[in-house]
Design a protein around this ligand. Structure first.
Ligand code: CP3
Length: 352
C-alpha cells in the first residue's frame, strides 16, 4: 500500500498536510448508542463483550457504520491486559471497575508476571485484524492502553476513586513499592502496545486518565517516567507508529505531557485550544478538545464550537476529537451532526 493510500487520520498523525482535520470520538462505541444498549442486554458481561472477539468487532463497528469516523478504536478497556499479569478484574454496573483483592503488598507485587499477549489476549489479535479488513483504508484503526499510573490507581485502590488516598499513601510512604508496581506495568504495557501494532493498530493512544490528579512534581516522579519508558520501548521496534497521550484534567501538566515522547498530545476541554498550541509548541501535534457536554447543546451551538476549536488548532497537526469520552445520554443525532459538520469543515470555513 503506497503512502497516498494511507487513511487521513494516519497521514495527519504522521505530519502530513490535509484539507481538513480527521475526526473521531473517545468512547465512540458505548452506552449513548441504542444498538450498543440492545446488545448489552443480550450480553450483560462487560468482560464477555470486550473479550469475545466477535462481539468486540461488532461493537467497534457500530459507530463506524453509523457515522464513518476517521478513526475506529477497538472496543476493549484499559484494564483488559491486567488478568494477563495476574490482576483479575470485573466491571460492575453502576460501580465501574472492581479489583478484588486490591494490590497493596510487596508479596502481591512480586507475584505479578510478565505479559504474554499471544496467550492472554488472543481476542485482540482477531479484533484488530478484522477491523483492518473491515474498514480497509477508509478509516484508521486505533489501539489503546492504560498508562502505569492510571492502571496502578485501579489496582491499588481496587475501584474508581475520588481522591486517590490509598495509592497516594503508597506513593508518599512506600515509594519503592509503588515504583516496583509501576515498572512491571510499564513493561507489560509496552509489550501490549507492540502486540496491538503487530496485529493491525495503526495509531495507539495511551490513556493516563488520572495522572491529572498528581501535583506536577509527583507527575514527574510517578507518571511521566513510565509514559516515557513505554514510548522508548515501543519506538525501538515500531518507530513509525504514531502514539497519542491523553490525560483528564491535564491543564497543569500540559507541557510535561509533551516530554513523554509521544507524537500527539490529546488536550481536554479545560484548556483553550489556542493556548494549548502555544504551550506545546509548533512541533507537537494535538488532539481534541471540545467539551463532551457541548453535545447536549443545540446544533447551532455544536457547529460554532466545532468551528472555533478547529480554527484555534490551526490547519495542520490536529486530530479533532472531544476533550474526554462522549457521555452516556448524549443524543445520537447530535453525534451524527458532530461528525457530518467536522467532515465538511473545509467547506464551512471557506464560506465563513
Ligand atoms: O473509545 C472507545 O469506544 C473504546 C472503548 C473504551 C472503553 N473503555 C469501553 C468501556 C475505552 C477507550 C476505555 C478506556 C478506559 N477505561 C479509560 C480511559 C478513558 C477515560 O475515560 O479516561 C478508563 C479510565 C477506563 C476504566 C473504566 N472502564 C471505567 C471507569 C468504566 C466505568 C465507566 C462508566 O461510565 O460506567 C469502565 C467500563 C467501560 N469501558 C464502559 C465502556 C463502554 C462502560 C460500561 C458498559 O458499557 O457496560
Amino acid at each position: 500500500m503506497g503512502e497516498a493510500q494511507e487513511p487521513l487520520l494516519l497521514r495527519v498523525a504522521k505530519g502530513a498536510q490535509a484539507h481538513r482535520p480527521p475526526v473521531w470520538m473517545m468512547r465512540q462505541a458505548g452506552r449513548y448508542m441504542k444498538v450498543y444498549r440492545e446488545l448489552r442486554e443480550k450480553y450483560p458481561s462487560f468482560r464477555e463483550r470486550s473479550e469475545n472477539a466477535d462481539l468486540a468487532i461488532e461493537i467497534s463497528l457500530q459507530p463506524w457504520h453509523a457515522f464513518q469516523p476517521d478513526g475506529v478504536i477497538m472496543f476493549s478497556d484499559i484494564l483488559t491486559p491486567l488478568p494477563g499479569i495476574g490482576i483479575p478484574f470485573d466491571i460492575v454496573e453502576h460501580k465501574g471497575p472492581v479489583i478484588d483483592p486490591p494490590i497493596r503488598t510487596k508479596e502481591q507485587i512480586e507475584k505479578l508476571h510478565p505479559l504474554d499477549p499471544e496467550s492472554a489476549l488472543p481476542f485482540v489479535r482477531k479484533t484488530l485484524n478484522t477491523l483492518r479488513t473491515e474498514v480497509e483504508n477508509k478509516s484508521t484503526v486505533l489501539g489503546f492502553v492504560g498508562s502505569p499510573w492510571t492502571l496502578a490507581a485501579y489496582a491499588v485502590e481496587g475501584k474508581s476513586s475520588k481522591n486517590y488516598a490509598v495509592i497516594k499513601e503508597m506513593a508518599f510512604s512506600q515509594p519503592a513499592l509503588l515504583h516496583q508496581l509501576l515498572s512491571k506495568l510499564a513493561d507489560a504495557i509496552a509489550t501490549y502496545v507492540r502486540f496491538q501494532i503487530d496485529n493491525g493498530a495503526q495509531v495507539v493512544q495511551l490513556f493516563d486518565s488520572w495522572a491529572g490528579q498528581l501535583s506536577p512534581q509527583d507527575y514527574d516522579t510517578f507518571a511521566l517516567p513510565y509514559q516515557q519508558e513505554i514510548v522508548r520501548q515501543v519506538k525501538q521496534t515500531h518507530p513509525h507508529t504514531p502514539l497519542i497521550l491523553y490525560i483528564s484534567g491535564s491543564a497543569g501538566v500540559l507541557e510535561r505531557m509533551g516530554k513523554s515522547g509521544v507524537d500527539i498530545v490529546s488536550v481536554d476541554w479545560t484548556v483553550d485550544m489556542a493556548d494549548a498550541r502555544k504551550r506545546l509548541g509548533a512541533e507537537m501535534k494535538v488532539q481534541g478538545n471540545m467539551d463532551p457536554g457541548a453535545l447536549f447543546g443545540s446544533q447551532d451551538f455544536i457547529r460554532d464550537r466545532i468551528l472555533d476549536t478547529i480554527k484555534k488548532a490551526g490547519p495542520t497537526g490536529h486530530i479533532f476529537n472531544l476533550g474526554h469520552g462522549v457521555l452516556p445520554g448524549t443524543p445520537e443525532d447530535n453525534v451524527r451532526f458532530f461528525f457530518e459538520t467536522a467532515k465538511n469543515v473545509d467547506k464551512l470555513l471557506a464560506v465563513a
